[in-house]
Design a protein around this ligand. Sequence first.
Ligand SMILES: Cc1cc2nc3c(=O)[nH]c(=O)nc-3n(C[C@H](O)[C@H](O)[C@H](O)COP(=O)(O)OP(=O)(O)OC[C@H]3O[C@@H](n4cnc5c(N)ncnc54)[C@H](O)[C@@H]3O)c2cc1C
Length: 305
Amino acid sequence: MLRTVILAAARSSRCERLVATAPVTRNVVHRFVAGPRPEDALRVTRALVADGLTVTLDNLGEDTVTPEQASAVRDEYVGLLESLAADGLTPAAEVSVKLSALGQTFDEQLAYDNARAICAAAEARGTTVTLDMEDHTTTDSTLDILVKLRADYPSTGAVLQAYLRRTESDCRQLAGAGSRVRLCKGAYREPESVAFQSARDVDRSYVRCLSILMAGAGYPMLATHDPRLIAIGEDRARWFDRGPNQFEFQMLYGIRSADQARLIGDGYTVRTYVPYGEEWFGYLMRRLAERPANLAFLAHALMGR
Ligand SMILES: Cc1cc2nc3c(=O)[nH]c(=O)nc-3n(C[C@H](O)[C@H](O)[C@H](O)COP(=O)(O)OP(=O)(O)OC[C@H]3O[C@@H](n4cnc5c(N)ncnc54)[C@H](O)[C@@H]3O)c2cc1C
């Protein structure tokens, strides 16, 4: 219920104004976001890579409404990739891209063209791109664009969300050789017709999907902070004889950092998803929806201003 309310607030410009203009919000945002500028992303990436982590960088922003905005996002990513390479941070750092930020909501061909330019820039600098997955109305379009991108850039990563009923079947489709697939629970508010509603059903789906990916020939990227699912991932890795370079764990910046360090210490590959940029509101609200304790933290900060 609380999750539904927070995810609805994520779409409210009034709520965005209230939260964004409170000076104390900055502290809350900085827990989850590297900072507003590309230099912030580079600084945080440098520190994480020095600690033995790999990174995927997300330029915050979604649902662009004009071709000019979409081109600006594309150029931001191309510039970021150049800076990462110049700093010697590739291939340890790759980028995560939301197709809605590249024009998907109003022109799929444009989103594909922009994503293709980012994939070309990433390949030229020896690193990769992963296409974030957004709400279920975009799944087919995103997977269609993925297939087209992979024709020229086979290392392009997909994201599948365990809460969607369709995902087990998508995992089977995408478990082939060389296929990089991030498996997450899913962060959007989805109707019962397409998505499991209870945490228990989502977790069960995650285990079924994880098993399909780990049994397959691709490269699974297990994106979760859930200790039980991480333990099952470790178990399946032993079962299917996958070494530390044949799959990876992924977690979000600022969440369960001690677990990230523990997994590195145990010899696993761990990738931290690092968001940066001015448009942090939707991202922050999804993080709050995942954990009511984060909401209490924000409410406390807002009341104390
Ligand atoms: C690398 C990465 C990429 C992702 N990409 C996508 C994507 O493209 N599309 C998409 O829909 N979703 C994406 N997600 C979000 C994902 O779908 C979940 O919403 C999110 O990861 C929470 O689920 P969980 O598996 O960690 O399990 P949960 O059951 O939500 O959490 C398990 C435990 O982790 C900790 N935790 C989890 N979330 C938080 C938080 N916000 N703050 C503090 N502690 C927390 C808590 O200790 C919690 O008990 C991504 C997640 C990761 C890690």
